[in-house]
Design a protein around this ligand. Structure first.
Ligand SMILES: Nc1ncnc2c1ncn2[C@@H]1O[C@H](COP(=O)(O)OP(=O)(O)OP(=O)(O)O)[C@@H](O)[C@H]1O
Length: 244
């Protein structure tokens, strides 16, 4: 479970997070929804402990990421907007390297790489060097790395950007099965269809503040609007930042 209370973060004069509070439960996919610049990436980076918050509390299964970053990170898979692939390594070599950093090795690691590769439908790029990979191929490798050590918590920053229809489906299936396994998944996205299809719970943030949290149908009920996209627009008070 991930809990945040009144989290604030400022970069110089820019208030990226003015006050964010929410609870993301195990066995649920929680979508993080907000217009461009709302603070989603900043929030995810703060939750993992990559950024120090200015104010508020964060607990990942009860542990503050600033107090015990190693304990928290060993239980988190974080997909950022920067993948950091090594162009000279094949996908398998890259995943082996990160698996070993997480204390995995030998045939168990190889088997896990094959499992994740199948899950994400990326067998065709497993033995290729990442130099020249397309955006979708790059994000698959980064996602595979994120899932490799079977983290209990997954924080994903726009995981489906650049993926084709089949890969998007593979990703959705993968996330649904992780939910079944009891993982706590938080996913920042602009894709309403993804939220409608996948999310159990939605956190809406705008200008650095949480404006609502609830299931897609609760948000529709609360706003009295049947369509989630229109309900979202009504909650954030603007039409900006939505993918068609
Ligand atoms: N390192 C930084 N230095 C200065 N300002 C920053 C920094 N990181 C984020 N910001 C600012 O904080 C605000 C929130 O940015 P953030 O990237 O968290 O938004 P976001 O919701 O992820 O946006 P998007 O949907 O466009 O990816 C923005 O105004 C952004 O310009």
């Amino acid at each position: 479970m991930i809990e945040a209370h009144e989290v604030r973060k400022q970069f110089g004069q820019v208030k990226a997070l003015g006050g964010v509070s929410f609870t993301a439960r195990d066995g649920q996919i929680t979508a993080l929804l907000g217009p461009n610049g709302a603070g989603k990436t900043t929030l995810l980076r703060t939750l993992v402990g990559l950024l120090r918050r200015d104010h508020g509390t964060i607990a990942i299964d009860g542990i503050d990421p600033e107090r015990d970053p190693l304990a928290v990170r060993s239980n988190i898979g974080f997909l950022t907007d920067q993948f950091g692939l090594y162009e000279r390594l094949t996908t398998r070599e890259y995943l082996t390297y990160f698996g070993e950093l997480n204390g995995m090795d030998g045939s168990a690691l190889n088997q896990r790489i094959d499992e994740v590769s199948q899950l994400l439908a990326m067998d065709d790029i497993l033995e290729r060097r990442s130099k020249g990979f397309s955006q979708g191929q790059r994000i698959k490798v980064a996602l595979a790395r994120t899932l490799l050590h079977r983290p209990r918590h997954l924080l994903l920053d726009e995981p489906s950007r650049g993926l084709d229809v089949m890969s998007t489906r593979a990703l959705r299936d993968a996330l649904a099965s992780l939910r079944e396994q009891g993982c706590c998944v938080i996913m920042a996205t602009h894709v309403m269809q993804e939220v409608t299809h996948l999310a159990d719970d939605v956190i809406v943030i705008a200008k650095g503040y949480t404006v609502a949290q609830g299931s897609p149908s609760e948000l529709c009920q609360r706003t009295g609007i049947a369509n989630l996209e229109d309900a979202f627009v009504s909650l954030v008070g603007t039409g900006e930042g939505i993918a068609a």
